[in-house]
Design a protein around this ligand. Structure first.
Ligand code: GMT
Length: 379
């Protein structure tokens, strides 16, 4: 099968999932065409069955905003036609699903009929999508898709709640490559950060407001009042200054390191004892799954799809959003010498249920179903 994948190529869960999916499909002899505005960050090695088609977004002095969606739709038309695609799989509804609809209509006038699958990732529904400036287009383009998937049951529920959707939404959870995300022996790294064998806590995110990075700093401050601990923060974004200021205010700078954006996040996770994800909303929580795969228990909020991944009291704990005291107490419980090994083991066991080899067949079966139904309709 010849598949076109459209996603946001930079750092961010939806782009990571789309790229990893494409690479795994290509290894199984599918031909995969990435249609994105720059090379996807995770597409860092040559894989024979993968082609990358860059969307060329031309600007013109008249345009205050370059028309990305039109350039994307035009590129989709070109790639579908000349590469003879069987399916377009777009990740993130805005504006990928509506661009795909436009491409589909253009292609139909030329006698080319292509099915479109839209995968909903979270913020395209829970934050941006339901904003009244996007809602009609999001509803329309989801309903016009030939297949729709969501990364958690919670996201599926939210989509039906906020949009008038007349399509069945299939839940296919996110997945993890356990060959890459596994605990590695990095004793020298651990010794450098925690010379006195302090407990090591990690948070990774894009530092957007929704991630509540400031809560991470407060929780860490409270943990440190009870046990010796260090905190590593991976990533960067709008809330970084606020987080850094708070570290100074609380006098914790010597125990906290901001590592910025790094690719080999699995190396940092390999030396961690606890992962914090206090997000306001999280449709799935891919970063938490990456931590769990590296044997790191998680204290997270209970919002969105997080309780579907992080099993309360087993792989970590899920707490009310903003309940810093509860998150602190739960962290201390996990970090105690008598509990830590069990939580680590449970987190790893749970992560294995999201092994890419178990989830990929779900996408393959869904692709086959959608392509088959579409060919019956267009006959
Ligand atoms: O969380 C973000 O800010 C990035 C966003 C994205 O679209 O890349 O992540 C969403 O999709 C990920 C992959 O499916 C999920 O793991 C994240 O939970 C989800 N983020 C939110 O729902 C806030």
């Amino acid at each position: 099968m010849n598949i076109g994948i459209v996603c946001y190529p930079t750092f961010g869960g939806s782009g990571v999932v789309a790229t990893e999916l494409g690479m795994a499909l290509a290894k199984k002899s599918y031909r995969v065409h990435f249609i994105t505005y720059s090379q996807p960050t995770r597409l860092d090695t040559f894989i024979e069955n993968i082609c990358f088609h860059e969307v060329d977004i031309r600007s013109y002095p008249l345009f205050q905003y370059p028309p990305y969606e039109l350039a994307l739709a035009s590129k989709m038309v070109e790639v579908v036609k000349y590469e003879k695609l069987d399916l377009l799989h777009v990740h993130y509804a805005i504006p990928h699903a509506s661009a795909a609809f436009m491409a589909k209509q253009i292609l139909a006038t030329e006698g080319v009929f292509i099915p479109v699958i839209t995968t909903l990732h979270g913020t395209d529904i829970t934050l941006v999508g339901k904003d009244s400036s996007y809602e009609p287009v999001v509803t329309f383009s989801i309903n016009q898709s030939d297949g729709v998937t969501a990364v958690s049951e919670d996201l599926k529920r939210d989509t039906y709640k906020h949009f008038a959707i007349n399509k069945n939404i299939e839940v296919i959870p996110n997945f993890i490559d356990l060959k890459r995300f596994q605990k590695q022996k990095k004793d020298h790294f651990r010794a450098a950060i925690c010379p006195d064998n302090e407990k090591l806590i990690v948070h990774t995110s894009n530092f957007r407001k929704v991630k509540r990075v400031v809560d991470v700093i407060y929780i860490f401050n409270k943990i440190r009042q009870v046990i010796p601990a260090k905190l590593l923060l991976v990533g960067d974004g709008p809330e970084r200054s606020a987080a850094e200021n708070l570290c100074r205010e609380l006098g914790d700078c010597d125990s906290i390191r901001f590592l910025g954006k790094i690719d080999a996040v699995e190396e940092v996770l390999s030396v961690a004892d606890l992962f914090l994800m206090p997000s306001e909303k999280e449709s799935f929580g891919l970063a938490a799954l990456e931590a769990m795969a590296c044997e790191v228990p998680v204290v997270s909020s209970n919002s969105g799809g997080l309780p579907e991944l992080n099993l309360n009291g087993i792989t970590g704990f899920t707490c009310e959003v903003g309940d810093i005291e509860d998150m602190t107490q739960k962290s201390l419980h996990i970090l105690s010498n008598e509990n830590l090994a069990t939580f680590k083991k449970n987190a790893h066991k749970r992560a294995k249920e999201f092994d890419i080899n178990a989830i990929l067949p779900k996408y393959e079966a869904f692709y086959s179903k959608v392509v088959e139904n579409h060919s019956i309709i267009t006959k």
